[in-house]
Ligand binder design. Structure first.
Ligand code: 6GU
Length: 264
């Protein structure tokens, strides 16, 4: 699979993706990453790629011309017109299921914005898919493009090793992962849970599933409606929920009485 990144900071992209697993996949030729500098396509004498927004307001807007010429040079070279992802906090939020969909493509183009954004006409001509990686604001689209390339790459056959691929689903049964331990058995007085040393495979499995359920309830309860649970596991979750409810009710019963002014 080939990724093309249109950016003002191509070296940032190339340094980021050339490390670790994506770097290994590039060396093997399973994925290709090419960052192209939008600035190389400006018609402007001084090399400007941005200008003040029509209608006024703060900041600068990236102009359509260098972006369009950059894209056209790229599509002429590769002889294809791939989908264009524009990285912006105004986009649809990236997810594992979206990554799966994009991993089926042979080529993808990413457009990284900077400044206050990109002239809307470029986005419209390129029919971009606008994508955000979460509800916070970054200085540019380069890190989000790298996040997406990393996430999509590990779904491409041959990128992960055999052991790594066993774990390809990020959320097993829509639950968070259970806690992991490795040697030594005791570290700074903290012991590995006995059950993991017991050698009793079925009990270990049960404990791990329960840990996953507890963690998901504590940190990501929004995942639970779609969790895949056995009947016993569902009962375990019901029990946790009942305990949670009881603890809450207790707190509500006690606190008004302990407030000095509550009875006056
Ligand atoms: Cl895609 N771009 C920027 N600048 N900030 C973001 C983002 C993208 N996703 C989340 N925050």
């Amino acid at each position: 699979m080939n990724f093309y990144v249109m950016t003002l900071f191509p070296e940032m992209i190339m340094q980021g993706v050339s490390t670790s697993i994506t770097g290994r996949a590039m060396a093997k030729g399973v994925i290709g990453v090419e960052a192209v500098n939008i600035r190389d396509y400006t018609n402007e004498r001084h090399g400007h790629v941005d200008d003040a927004p029509y209608g006024g307001g703060a900041g600068m807007v990236m102009q359509a011309q260098p972006i369009m010429d950059c894209y056209r040079a790229l599509t002429d070279k590769i002889g294809k017109k791939p989908r264009v992802i524009y990285l912006t906090p105004q986009g649809r939020v990236f997810s594992q299921s979206y990554a799966k969909e994009l991993a089926a493509e042979e080529e993808l183009v990413f457009l990284c914005g900077h400044y206050e954004g990109v002239d809307e006409r470029a986005l419209s001509l390129l029919q971009t898919e606008n994508v955000s990686i979460g509800d916070y604001v970054l200085t540019g689209g380069e890190l989000p493009a790298m996040v997406m390339i990393d996430c999509i790459s590990r779904l491409v056959p041959g990128v992960l090793g055999k052991d790594e691929s066993a774990d390809i689903e990020s959320f097993h049964d829509n639950l968070l992962e259970y806690p992991q331990y490795t040697r030594p058995e005791v570290y700074e007085g903290l012991k590995v849970p006995d059950i993991l040393l017991s050698g009793h495979h079925a009990n270990v499995e049960k404990w791990r599933r329960e840990q996953s359920i507890e963690r998901t309830l504590a940190v990501r309860p929004d995942l639970l409606p779609d969790a895949v649970l056995s009947k016993k596991e569902r009962q375990y979750l019901e029990r946790l929920l009942a305990e949670q409810k009881a603890a809450m009710a207790e707190k509500e019963n006690i606190s008004p009485m302990t407030e000095p002014d509550a009875c006056q």
